[in-house]
Ligand binder design. Structure first.
Ligand SMILES: NC(=O)c1ccc[n+]([C@@H]2O[C@H](COP(=O)([O-])OP(=O)(O)OC[C@H]3O[C@@H](n4cnc5c(N)ncnc54)[C@H](OP(=O)(O)O)[C@@H]3O)[C@@H](O)[C@H]2O)c1
Length: 332
């Protein structure tokens, strides 16, 4: 049974991260069920044409060998980093072009825009130009995201920026490119990591939880818009590497099959779900129980406070004396 949505052939979806990964799989399914128009955004540039040596070569090892041979022929050093970079470019180019092609075959219209969603000006300029031919944007699907998994004490500012800004500055910038009163759909790709938390993903969890809260806030301000933050569990695709898949299996976390996940996205756009502003799709994340050490430990933590940097210390006063001074006297 096909339930109703407000999607029409002239609907225009602006989709960050929509040419690759799981967002591309969802957009393809959406186009197959509701052929309409899509503006797909990503930082990767497209190759004018694929190098001759890569034509019809789909095996990773063979393609890398050909890249090495080509570099040697040009008198360049085939370092593993350089080979991987060229390999990634070819694979990315193929994936983007394939997404565009399948959408067109399904009767939809799609354009790829090479831009970084955190670059406010570039995004605005390029979106203004493309909407002149495509028409008014009626839906946003914000799928752009990055990982920098490591324990919090090992994270750098750059790690945090990479993970946080694509999601949060990205959302702000995307919303800044559209007429919010005409927006019919706002779909945010969040994660179970935001809902449950996850080891090594403090930045990612934080950013996704902000997306969840942003969805609720937006729905309050624009109740006519169909808003949903999807807290996806791990998929069998996209940023889930074979190593991550093994880790999920070890922790008993089931992953979402690609076809099922893409169908769930389309399902979420049905009118009957227009008031489900935050949904969790996938297995919950729970930490593995770790054996407790019965030996008690004592920790002494030193931290130097100055009154000038912490004016709140003056707010907690007992018997006319700031409490922190009393405590300092007690503990020497
Ligand atoms: N895969 C999962 O299991 C899973 C689970 C939960 C949530 N999610 C969420 O789903 C979304 C898609 O994940 P995925 O697995 O498909 O990841 P992916 O394969 O790494 O794809 C990420 C996409 O985002 C784009 N992107 C990243 N930063 C960008 C930026 N600053 N500006 C423009 N585009 C940017 C990338 O394109 P370029 O590299 O060309 O920029 C790419 O198209 C993410 O938001 C992720 O948090 C995924």
């Amino acid at each position: 049974m096909k339930t109703t949505t407000s999607i029409r052939p002239e609907s225009v979806f602006l989709v960050s991260g929509g040419a690759k990964g799981i967002t591309a799989k969802c957009v393809i399914e959406l186009a197959q069920q509701y052929p309409c128009k899509f503006i797909l955004l990503g930082r990767s540039s497209l190759l004018e044409s694929e190098p001759l040596f890569a034509k019809n070569c789909f095996d990773e090892a063979t393609l890398k060998k050909r890249i090495m041979e080509d570099l040697l022929k040009k008198g360049e050093k085939p370092t593993p980093i350089e080979v991987k970079k060229i390999y990634n470019q070819i694979i990315s180019d193929r994936e983007i072009k394939q997404t565009l092609e399948i959408i067109k075959q399904a009767g939809g219209e799609a354009e790829y825009i090479n831009t970084d969603v955190t670059n406010t000006q570039d995004l605005q300029q390029k979106i203004t130009a493309v909407t002149e031919s495509m028409g008014t944007i009626t839906g946003i699907i914000h799928g752009a995201g990055n990982l920098a998994d490591k324990l919090i004490e090992k994270k750098t500012e750059e790690d945090f920026e990479k993970v946080y800004s694509a999601k949060i500055q990205g959302l702000k910038n995307l919303l800044g490119c559209v007429n919010l009163d005409q927006l019919e759909y706002l779909v945010l790709y969040s994660s179970v990591a935001g809902f449950y938390g996850n080891i090594g993903q403090s930045d990612y969890a934080l950013a996704n939880e902000i997306l969840n809260k942003s969805a609720h806030l937006f729905k309050q301000q624009y109740p006519q818009c169909h808003v949903v933050a999807i807290n996806w569990g791990g998929w069998d695709s996209g940023m889930v590497t074979p190593e991550l898949k093994k880790e999920f299996a070890r922790r008993g976390i089931e992953i979402i099959p690609v076809e099922a996940g893409a169908k769930m996205l389309v399902n979420e756009l049905h009118d009957s779900y227009r008031d489900s502003t935050q949904v969790v799709i996938g297995s919950p994340i729970s930490p593995l129980p770790t054996p407790l050490n019965s030996q008690l430990k004592t920790y002494r933590i030193h931290r130097k406070f100055t009154e000038a940097a912490n004016p709140f210390l003056q707010d907690h006063i007992v018997g006319g004396k700031p409490v922190y001074l009393l405590l300092a006297q007690q503990h020497g």
